[in-house]
Design a protein around this ligand. Structure first.
Ligand SMILES: [Zn+2]
Ligand SMILES: [Zn+2]
Length: 71
């Protein structure tokens, strides 16, 4: 199931959401990413599994959201 990218993140007047020329480099503009997450298997062992979720770095917008102010 494809989830379309969101238009904006939670910020109003976000300078990053108003730009369309830079794709989020974490999710390549897809708005979804697949980070690894640790999972305890019940025997005290930690394994890693891939999860797919809305990209946290761009809030699912697919647009670059750096933590640096724009020039
Ligand atoms: Zn934004
Ligand atoms: Zn992203």
């Amino acid at each position: 199931m494809d989830t379309p990218t969101r238009e904006c993140c939670a910020l109003t007047d976000c300078p990053w959401c108003s730009r369309t020329d830079i794709a989020c480099h974490y999710c390549d503009g897809e708005g979804r990413w697949s980070p690894e997450r640790p999972v305890a298997d019940g025997n005290g062992m930690i394994t890693w599994e891939w999860v797919e979720e809305p990209c946290r770095m761009c809030a699912g917008t697919g647009k670059e959201h750096r933590h640096l102010p724009l020039d």
